[in-house]
Design a binder for this molecule. Sequence first.
Ligand SMILES: Nc1ncnc2c1ncn2[C@@H]1O[C@H](COP(=O)(O)OP(=O)(O)OP(=O)(O)O)[C@@H](O)[C@H]1O
Ligand SMILES: Cc1ncc(COP(=O)(O)O)c(N)n1
Length: 266
Amino acid sequence: MAVAKVLTIAGSDSGGGAGIQADLKTFQELDTYGMSAITAITAQNTLGVQSIYPVQPEVLREQLESVLSDIGADVVKTGMLVSAEHIQVITEMLSKYAVKQVVIDPVLGSTSGSELTKKEAISELIHTLWPMATVVTPNLIEAARVLSCPPIETVEAMEEATYRLHELGSANVLLKGGHLPGDESVDLLYDGKTLHHFTQKRLNGTSTHGTGCTFASAIAAELAKGSSMYDAVQTAKTFITCSIKEGLAIGEGIGPVFHSAYRRRR
Ligand SMILES: Nc1ncnc2c1ncn2[C@@H]1O[C@H](COP(=O)(O)OP(=O)(O)OP(=O)(O)O)[C@@H](O)[C@H]1O
Ligand SMILES: Cc1ncc(COP(=O)(O)O)c(N)n1
């Protein structure tokens, strides 16, 4: 049986809501074959990130070499990148194996406030990996940090930021508005020509741990199956909206989204 293959390069979240675990669950729910290369092991739960143990860049390189030299990937998706050295390994391996589609979720920190990618690595990310992306999926905080601009708090400021982010060289920009003040969550997709708005009434669910990882992974899975960028984002939007609506009230802190909710929807 032919199957679309998706590789995530990200950190492990022991709590299972974000990172590698969220990515693999999402790939599976969308009928693709998921693989992983781990950048760091985090001890993490719904209350926050207790500790972070980066893997050596060489260990990351070996995982990528093993997977890409044998199985290959229709799409590679990245999350927590840790450091400039890890980013250098990733760009080198994506070039070596001529990976055609790359989804970059520029995870800089966790919602609970822990730094997941070092500040000094942002410039490496922007100058090397970012221009290789089929699509980048920053949230509003990440976008403001990458652009060194004031907080993005309106749809107009989001539009302006999207145009500026596109100048950094990715084929598409998907700016996520989950943190936008107001009663709508607006995401913008820009391919250098057309700007699309994906608007969703803000859901009140409090189990939102892993929304960003899950959303980017759903886009990656749909692209791997051959969808256009617009259709991939449309399906990913439905996937994340269902997952937030059915978010899980587990743990003492911010619960995870429910990755099976899209499959179980009526
Ligand atoms: N309360 C909400 N209601 C509806 N959609 C939401 C809500 N929060 C996030 N989303 C959607 O979830 C997706 C992820 O967006 P968000 O801006 O939360 O990413 P993120 O900040 O990277 O996620 P994370 O919280 O995992 O770090 C986007 O499509 C966004 O519109
Ligand atoms: C390993 C890993 N990757 C990404 C996130 C971001 O997810 P969130 O912002 O929902 O905490 C995380 N907490 N942990």
